[in-house]
Ligand binder design. Structure first.
Ligand SMILES: [Zn+2]
Length: 77
C-alpha cells in the first residue's frame, strides 16, 4: 500500500555489529534501527514528524526485535 502523499514510519539502520543475543543466546549479528515518522511526497520522506525515538535492536539470527538497552548488557566481554 503506497500513496503519493503519505505519512508513515521509516526505519533506518544506525549500526550493524555483533552481540550476544539474550533471546537465542548466540553470538550473532544485529542491526540497531531507529524508527521515525515522516511526511513523504512521491515516496520520498521529506519531513520528520517526530523526534527520533524508538531505537531497537534486531537480532539477525532469530529475528527478535528488542529494546536497544540490551546492548548495554551484552557488551561485557
Ligand atoms: Zn537472537
Amino acid at each position: 500500500m503506497f500513496f503519493i502523499f503519505g505519512m508513515g514510519p521509516k526505519t533506518q539502520v544506525l549500526e550493524k555489529s555483533q552481540f550476544l543475543c539474550p533471546v537465542c543466546r548466540t553470538q550473532s549479528a544485529y542491526e540497531l534501527r531507529q524508527q521515525r515518522h515522516y511526511f513523504s511526497l512521491f515516496f520520498i520522506p521529506l519531513i520528520p514528524l517526530s523526534k527520533a525515538k524508538g531505537e531497537f535492536v534486531k537480532c539477525l539470527h532469530c529475528g527478535t526485535e528488542m529494546p536497544s538497552t540490551v546492548l548495554n548488557h551484552a557488551q561485557q566481554d
